[in-house]
Design a protein around this ligand. Structure first.
Ligand code: SF4
Length: 663
């Protein structure tokens, strides 16, 4: 505790090393709570509004604790920011022996830190060397990309593709030479000692602070659960930033899936391996073709009209089951053919292990059990591929057992963790025990740190009541006109958030050619490129859906207005949402109030959070969904919004913008 004081208090260590250091009471409170949780092995939930300075409020206590701490983020952007900005700065400037008053505090040796990303970010030396000997790509573009990778491979120390900015994001060449989870040979690999994954793991094992993302963290937890090994080194504590994303990622990793993409990928790797070995008989290649045609027949059965739908027993007719069994048999047949070759090759035996994994996951779907209460089975089409999923309805019991009951301190933080009943919702979904009133008796402690911004002065919340409800067929045309008149007052500079692609496209078409500002739309360019243009071109207007509701950080005039089309309820037809709603109903709960509203409250707060990023920001939040004020449940949303002025009057919007004196 005393350590945190000496760092954060006015006149403390941070103020001596940072010219513009600004003391924030909430930041010190959070740092002390994090230090306490690390020390007393507690679970801590902290909602820290934007501007609290939460990153350093967990990094500094984590460093001072002397424990090995995993910091897990929801996005790669934050992961990179911690690794390339915050930690190098702290490691360079933080003194490890600092004079306070008449005494001295000794913080021990400087700390070490490293970063772990998902395997596909790294160059696989084994596959790269195979490509050098026998290139399996063609064309001028692929060759020039290969040259870039080859030159970089002679100087990289990490093998992380983020180092080669000149390599396009979507180059197929990277698929050829990067690490593929299922295809990695592990310890028997001839390049194992030089392998970047091996080195990344060694660096992580030797570091005090290890930066990962939620995907990697849960991939590790799922592997450990299945006793298939581990990815992360042993750790003493874990901090989850952007913790509002945990349930979604955990659901993905505790589930099982099989897809036409996975089969194609396996066949691609098998053929590549056969070509490399050269002594393989033609029958193996023929068998690969049979696998592909069996896969086409099986997965074609799920190519119905809808993009995503819940699977029922009736979706597995006799014909579908026969196609699935044929696929399984064709895979086994290849395994027999490979076995008959009697080759002593690690790569070849690894292919056999992959066949076992594929057939056992496929089997799960061929014996689908509708009485199953724990999983929901569903399918999704993505581009040319069909995916079948078995997703857990509730991850709380597993997280409780695997994470929160392990007596390892776990800190969860985000700008949006609490819904209308505090942390009740997130605790139930994640399997965290309730805190007692003093925060001492149980292993859980909670805190909500309110915003340091003056929302009363900085923002106006516009809740028009004259628009039709979202179910009305004139809704999108009416909101398009409303958006148009708001943008005329704000002089563009707006971020438009939609709950569906359809609404976004329709509003975009309605606005096109009617505004003297650049209109940018999700999907026209990669997300980061769009955000860069939006920042540069101050009067531009950016339209986005789900992935734009969070993680967009644009301080300043470019983002002077956030307009939200409607309350972000998850689609009730989404298979996972529908199954969770059914399950709660069966348990006698009201799924709308206990699940759908709190989820939407968190999503709405994320969207609104894009507006005010600094003390100097000013702007308007417009929510064009009249249910906010007309429906009883609207009060749940209203009670969790920032304390800005609220209005239904457009005149007030006009005078608000004229008061901002936009250029
Ligand atoms: S151990 Fe795996 S990732 Fe590393 S070089 Fe070998 S195959 Fe590639």
């Amino acid at each position: 505790m005393r350590d945190c004081q000496s760092f954060f208090k006015p006149g403390g260590i941070l103020s001596s090393i940072l010219k513009n250091y600004e003391y924030r009471d909430a930041q010190l409170k959070m740092a002390e709570a994090v230090a306490d949780a690390l020390d007393r092995r507690k679970t801590l939930l902290v909602e820290a509004a934007t501007g609290t300075g939460k990153t350093w409020a967990y990094l500094i206590p984590a460093i001072l604790s002397g424990k090995k701490v995993i910091i897990s983020t929801g996005t790669k952007t934050l992961q990179d920011q911690l690794y390339f900005n915050d930690l190098p700065f702290l490691s360079e400037f933080l003194p490890f022996r600092f004079k306070v008053g008449s005494g001295a505090i000794d913080y021990g040796a400087p700390f070490t830190f490293s970063m772990m990303k998902g395997k596909s970010n790294y160059l696989c030396l084994h596959r790269f060397e195979q490509s050098l000997q026998q290139p399996s790509f063609e064309g001028f573009e692929a060759e020039s990309h290969f040259d870039i990778v080859q030159q970089w491979s002679t100087r990289t120390r990490t093998g992380d593709r983020a180092e080669i900015s000149e390599l396009p994001d979507n180059t197929p060449l990277w698929q050829e030479v990067s690490v593929k989870g299922e295809a990695c040979l592990g310890a028997p690999c001839p390049s194992y000692d030089r392998c970047y994954i091996t080195r990344m793991r060694q660096a992580a094992a030797a570091s005090d602070i290890v930066i990962v993302n939620h995907h990697l963290f849960f991939a590790d937890l799922a592997l450990k659960e299945a006793s298939y090994g581990e990815i992360l080194p042993h750790y003493d504590a874990v901090v989850f930033d952007e913790a509002h994303l945990l349930e979604e990622v955990a659901t993905q990793y505790f589930g099982i899936s099989i897809s036409s993409y996975r089969i194609d990928d396996f066949v691609y790797d098998a053929e590549r391996e056969f070509r490399y070995i050269q002594t393989v008989e033609a029958g193996c290649f023929e068998q690969c073709k049979r696998i592909l045609s069996a896969s086409n027949r099986f997965f074609h059965s799920f190519r119905k009209g809808e993009e995503r739908y819940r699977l029922k027993e009736s979706d597995f007719s006799q014909d579908v089951l026969a196609a699935g069994s044929a696929l399984s048999e064709s895979l086994q047949r290849l395994k027999e053919k490979i076995g008959a070759l009697r080759l002593k090759s690690e790569s070849i035996s690894h292919l056999c292990e992959r066949i076992e994994g594929l057939t056992s996951d496929l089997q799960l779907f061929l014996t689908i059990d509708q009485e199953e209460q724990e999983y929901v089975y569903w399918t999704e089409k993505r581009k040319q591929a069909v995916f079948l999923y078995a997703s857990p309805l509730d991850v709380s019991a597993r997280l409780r057992e695997r994470l929160f009951e392990r007596k390892v301190p776990v800190i969860l933080t985000s700008a949006t963790l609490a819904s209308q009943k505090g942390f009740d919702f997130v605790r139930r979904r994640l399997g965290i025990d309730a805190a007692d009133s003093l925060g001492n008796g149980t292993a859980t402690r909670e805190m909500i740190l309110s915003t340091p911004f003056d929302y009363e002065k900085q923002a106006l919340l516009y809740l028009p009541t004259h628009l039709p409800t979202p179910s009305d067929r004139n809704f999108t045309s009416a909101i398009s006109e409303e958006i148009l008149r708001i943008l005329e007052e704000s002089k563009g500079r707006a971020f438009l958030l939609f709950t569906s692609w359809r609404n976004m496209e329709e509003v975009y078409r309605n606005l096109l050619g009617r505004l003297p500002y650049l209109l940018l739309k999700q999907g026209d360019q990669p997300k980061q490129a769009l955000i860069e243009i939006f920042k540069r071109d101050v009067s531009s207007v950016l339209l986005g859906t789900t992935s734009f509701w969070q993680g967009v950080d644009v301080p300043g005039e470019s983002l002077s207005c956030v307009i939200i089309d409607k309350l972000p309820f998850a689609s009730p037809t989404d298979p996972l949402v529908a199954a969770r709603v059914d399950s709660l109903t069966q348990k006698g709960e009201d799924p709308f109030l206990s699940f759908q509203v709190p989820s939407a409250v968190l999503a709405l707060r994320q969207g609104i959070g894009r507006l005010i990023r600094t003390r100097d920001d000013r702007g308007l939040i417009a929510i064009l969904d009249r249910r906010m004020t007309k429906k009883e449940y609207g009060k749940h949303f209203l009670s969790t919004l920032p304390p800005s002025r609220r209005t239904a009057s457009f005149d007030e919007v006009r005078s608000f913008f004229s008061g901002l004196r936009l250029k």
